[in-house]
Design a protein around this ligand. Structure first.
Ligand code: IDP
Length: 143
């Protein structure tokens, strides 16, 4: 399996619940390494640009409003099969469908406030990492 990078966001609901550390700990226990991390209070432009692919969806306005409702933690995770591994740790988009023990099952209640974002492919990951971080802000840790 290849070493990959993926973008993770701990969304405003999870930051408000004060479970940043618990979520990061799950990544670490799964052998994903944080290679960049920052706390940001996204603007409408930043959140709307990040979710541009959902612009025509009925929930877009609410999504941007939620993502700008408080600070988020944006991080880049690195490790073997990082994209799929992170998606497995996150669980299904709707917490009601998320498998027991996943982040969304444990920390989220609704589909619109679902605790975490994770890139869904290596192509999305490359675009999303570049959206938030310059190359020299990434600190490789996997040899
Ligand atoms: P993902 O976050 O699991 O990759 P996407 O389909 O890419 O899911 O959707 C992006 C985000 O948009 C979701 O995490 C969720 O916050 C929100 N979202 C997706 N579908 C719905 C919906 O049907 N109603 C409300 N919000 C939704």
């Amino acid at each position: 399996m290849a070493v990959e990078r993926t973008l993770s966001i701990i969304k405003p609901d999870a930051v408000a619940k004060n479970v940043i550390g618990e979520i990061v700990s799950r990544f670490e226990k799964a052998d994903l390494k944080v290679v960049a991390m920052k706390m940001v209070h996204l603007s409408d432009e930043q959140a709307g640009g990040f979710y541009a692919e959902h612009k025509e969806r009925p929930f877009f306005k609410d999504l941007v409003s939620f993502m700008t409702s408080g600070p988020v933690i944006v991080q880049v995770l690195e490790g073997e099969d990082a994209v799929a591994k992170n998606r497995d740790l996150m669980g299904a988009t709707n917490p009601k469908d998320a498998a027991a023990g996943t982040i969304r099952a444990d920390f989220a209640e609704t589909i619109d406030e679902n605790a975490v974002h994770g890139s869904d492919s290596t192509e999305s990951a490359a675009r999303e990492v570049a959206y938030f971080f310059a190359d020299d802000e990434l600190c490789p840790r996997t040899r």
